[in-house]
Design a protein around this ligand. Structure first.
Ligand SMILES: Cc1cc2nc3c(=O)[nH]c(=O)nc-3n(C[C@H](O)[C@H](O)[C@H](O)COP(=O)(O)OP(=O)(O)OC[C@H]3O[C@@H](n4cnc5c(N)ncnc54)[C@H](O)[C@@H]3O)c2cc1C
Length: 439
């Protein structure tokens, strides 16, 4: 089955179960040359091409009815350059494998998202991010890229080499070419102390600027139908290492956050009226804890309960107002929401279509348990987010199109002009790209 979420009877499905596709054919190239040949053959046959990662996007960004390129045989570390502080990996390498291999070498990425099941190219292509005051998305940690473009040739880019391609291709949406290798900045592995602590919603809102300013990585989860949040502060530490004890970790991260939470969601899906009471209990299930560990063990955790998600980046100064509007909207409505709302931040970056491009950003993510109708909730939330010129995560559910993006991304035309140059015949097209890029 490979690393893609699911593939049965020739049908490809994503992790969230929101998208399926029937590609005309599939390929698992084991080298850049083989991959280039796949692209050239697709061109001869007039078929579109789409490389997939691990299928963790909720949008149809990775779907194709043409040639689907699987990442499974393009994995592993190509090179570690300690002097330059970089690692070059094959594009299909899962983030987990990268993080573990780096830790063994005494190295680490600076920042990352909540999970590490994605491939490096899949994660960066949609702008996957964690939370950070000074450090930005995974794509912002890229120092160089190698791509196979629509004519089957290999193109490399960095700040110095083809800088116009580098500016856009770090978050290329799968629209500019097939990424074959990624070079990341790395640093000597360090320790982070995580402080997780419940906090009232009103207090987090009132003190948000200070919490953000005082912590390298601040995030929180607000439980709809309650006035409660769980906050998490990660800061670099001189040690000593104090990991969460194994049994305690299993109880909190597996049993409560996944096992019990799964059951609570089943109950909530069967009896929606019970959700506010369940939310009250869920919001109090986890008590405060402090631990110190290497970065990937602090940033990431298992996510086994399946859900669908929409996430928007709003200007950071608009966060508190937008959140209060979201809370008021849910309180006024008859919506029953069993999943917490996740809030994170990122500093402004210089990537053409990054959700944080040119502006300090805060992310608000709304989720619904898989199998629960989500449209009414997401539509109402999206109305609030777009009123603040929000930019949706490219891999998470949204209804925006090219006309909207040309307004909220000052450099939108730069991306589409580069795409016209690199892929004039739209070899890497699919329906999603047609909607968001206009052609
Ligand atoms: C449980 C869960 C947790 C998540 N947590 C976070 C989080 O903390 N932060 C966050 O920002 N997002 C998060 N996401 C979203 C997820 O990180 C993104 O959707 C990401 O793009 C998925 O990576 P993937 O490897 O599954 O790629 P896919 O979803 O398979 O593909 C994504 C895009 O990458 C392109 N692509 C893949 N490989 C290549 C290649 N070699 N060359 C060119 N294009 C390529 C595809 O064509 C497609 O356009 C989460 C999703 C889930 C399901």
């Amino acid at each position: 089955m490979g690393s893609t979420a699911s593939a049965r009877n020739g049908t490809w499905r994503n992790w969230g179960g929101t998208v399926s596709a029937r590609p005309a054919r599939e390929a698992s190239p084991a080298s850049v040359e083989e991959l280039a040949a796949v692209v050239r053959r697709a061109a001869e046959d007039g078929l579109p091409v789409k490389a997939v990662g691990s299928g963790h996007s909720f949008t149809s960004i990775a779907a194709t009815d043409g040639v689907l390129i699987r990442p499974d045989l393009l994995t592993g570390i190509r090179d570690i350059d300690r002097e330059a502080g970089t690692v070059t990996v094959e594009a299909g390498t899962p983030l987990r494998r990268l993080n573990v291999a780096l830790a063994r070498e005494g190295l680490s990425l600076t920042n990352m998202g909540d999970i590490m099941e994605q491939t490096v190219s899949g994660a960066t292509s949609t702008g996957t991010h964690g939370t950070g005051r000074d450090s930005a998305s995974i794509a912002a940690q890229i120092r160089g890229l190698e791509l196979v473009t629509a004519d089957g040739s290999v193109l490399t880019c960095s700040e110095k080499e083809n800088p116009d391609v580098f500016a856009a291709a770090r978050i290329g949406l799968g629209a500019l070419g097939v990424v074959t290798a990624v070079t990341f900045a790395v640093e000597p592995v360090f320790l982070l102390t995580a402080r997780e602590e419940p906090m009232p919603f009103d207090r987090v809102c009132a003190e948000f600027d200070q919490l953000h300013a005082e912590n390298e990585h601040f995030e929180f989860y607000w439980f709809p139908h309650t006035g409660s949040t769980n906050t998490k502060r990660n800061n670099r530490s001189a040690g000593p290492e104090r990991p969460v004890p194994q049994l305690k970790g299993w109880i909190e991260d597996e049993f409560l956050s996944n096992g019990v939470f799964q059951v609570a969601n089943w109950v909530g899906r069967a009896v929606p009226a019970s959700i506010p009471a369940i939310a009250q209990i869920s919001s109090k299930a986890l008590s405060a804890r402090t631990y110190t560990d290497i970065p990937y063990k602090v940033f990431t955790s298992p996510r086994r309960v399946r859900f669908v998600e929409m996430e928007y980046a709003v200007p950071r100064e608009a966060l508190v107002e937008t959140l209060r509007e979201l809370k008021a909207m849910i309180d006024r409505s008859r919506l029953r929401v069993s999943f917490p709302v996740e809030v994170r931040t990122a500093p402004s970056d210089d990537i053409t279509l990054s959700t944080a491009s040119g502006r300090d950003s805060a992310y608000i993510a709304v989720h619904m348990f898989k199998g629960t109708p989500y449209q009414r909730y997401f539509t109402a939330a999206e109305r609030l987010f777009t009123a603040h010129e929000g930019r949706p995560h490219w891999g998470k559910i949204h209804t925006r199109d090219a006309e909207y993006f040309s307004r909220v991304y000052p450099r939108f035309a730069e991306f589409t002009a580069l795409r016209d140059r690199l892929d004039p015949e739209r070899r890497f097209r699919n329906d999603y790209l047609r909607r968001i890029l206009g052609t």
